[in-house]
Design a protein around this ligand. Structure first.
Ligand code: FAD
Length: 307
């Protein structure tokens, strides 16, 4: 892993760093770039604006590392409320929701998190949309895939996420690459040890391509979560070679990242879904975005130190 990325992800866990960053004057502009706002109203407005330019959305109510059941319940209620709002605004066909099991209480108990995810999936079905379960660090991969398998019994369209940086992922993809299976493929955003994850970017990219081929060949509905121009082009070519039509897979990009490319792809006939985070707990999310892109970090650190 890039040393700067490791340092940022490691520093993100420090209370002193958290305090410095959340109070720094330059922070607000960075948050506004990557986070759609704090309320459900903000989230719905973002979905509507994306729909106006042909893009779809997946809404992520920010919150992770939930340590008590009451906090998990508040997060479930936020999802239920935003799903209602999507339905009322007639935008259910334009957006799904992404959930993190850690936010739903996975660290307290897997059962609690899965039960909470069941409630969100039931509400999503009633509102005419669906759910994707985000993937977090490698210690949770087995439990998260087991949760997705359980959720898929009543709701086969629940999306799974796999991370190409994990050495295990090609095996996971082999199990998930079946017709009708919605699978988001990403590189992976956490600070992982070398024994479980590839440490060279090139190996992560090669694994991404192998997984993409397996998903397309297996007939899954693949959701390619990447901003990487080379991978976007390569995946489009591979889809064509596999005879998968443009509505048989999609590209997913993060809110605020390469917006011109999002529109270009959409105008070229690709399905483009934007991952839209909203809510007050933006810190962990922002730090992962900074770790991905040294240019963002330099810009941001300059605004922190020149206050
Ligand atoms: P990188 O390797 O970061 O960058 C490759 C190239 O892409 C760069 O050289 C540049 O050309 C271009 N690029 C990247 N970022 C920018 C930018 N900000 N501006 C301009 N160009 C840029 N990770 C998880 O671990 N679990 C998840 O559940 C998860 N869900 C995700 C959902 C979506 C929709 C997306 C897009 C990502 C998700 N991620 C998730 C994050 C993912 O794992 C990567 O950390 C993140 O996408 C960065 O990798 P990348 O493929 O975009 O390319």
């Amino acid at each position: 892993m890039n040393p700067l990325r490791s340092i940022i992800l490691a520093a993100a866990g420090s209370d002193a760093v958290r305090k410095m960053i959340t109070t720094a004057p330059g922070t607000r502009a960075m948050v506004d770039r990557f986070v759609a706002g704090e309320s459900a109203d903000d989230a719905i407005a973002a979905v509507a604006a994306l729909a106006d330019t042909g893009r779809y959305a997946t809404l992520d109510y920010l919150g992770e590392d939930t340590h008590d059941a009451a906090q998990a319940e508040r997060i479930v209620q936020a999802y239920l409320a935003v799903l209602d709002r999507l339905h009322d605004a007639d935008l259910s066909a334009r957006a799904e929701v992404s959930v993190k099991l850690s936010a739903l209480g996975q660290r307290l108990s897997q059962r609690l998190a899965v039960d909470n995810a069941f409630r969100i999936c039931a509400a999503a079905e009633q509102c005419g949309t669906t759910v994707t379960v985000d993937m977090e660090d490698h210690t949770t991969t087995d439990d998260t895939l087991a949760a997705v398998a359980e959720l898929r019994k009543p709701w086969p369209d629940v999306g799974a996420v796999v991370q190409s940086y994990l050495r295990r992922t090609e095996d996971d993809v082999a199990a998930l690459a079946a017709p009708g299976s919605r699978v988001r493929l990403v590189k992976g955003a956490y600070n992982e040890p070398r024994d479980v994850a590839f440490s060279h970017k090139h190996d992560v990219d090669l694994a991404f391509v192998r997984c993409a081929n397996a998903l397309l060949a297996g007939g899954a509905y693949a959701m390619f979560g990447t901003h990487d121009p080379r991978l976007i082009e390569l995946v489009s070519d591979r889809a064509e070679a596999h005879g998968v039509p443009r509505d048989g897979y999609e590209f997913q990009l993060l809110y605020g990242v390469r917006p011109d490319e999002q529109i270009r792809l959409s105008e070229a006939g690709q399905i483009v879904r934007v991952y839209v985070p909203y809510g007050e707990q933006w810190y962990g999310y922002l730090m992962r975005r900074l770790a991905e892109r040294p240019a963002n970090t330099t810009f941001f650190l300059r605004s922190v130190v020149t206050r």
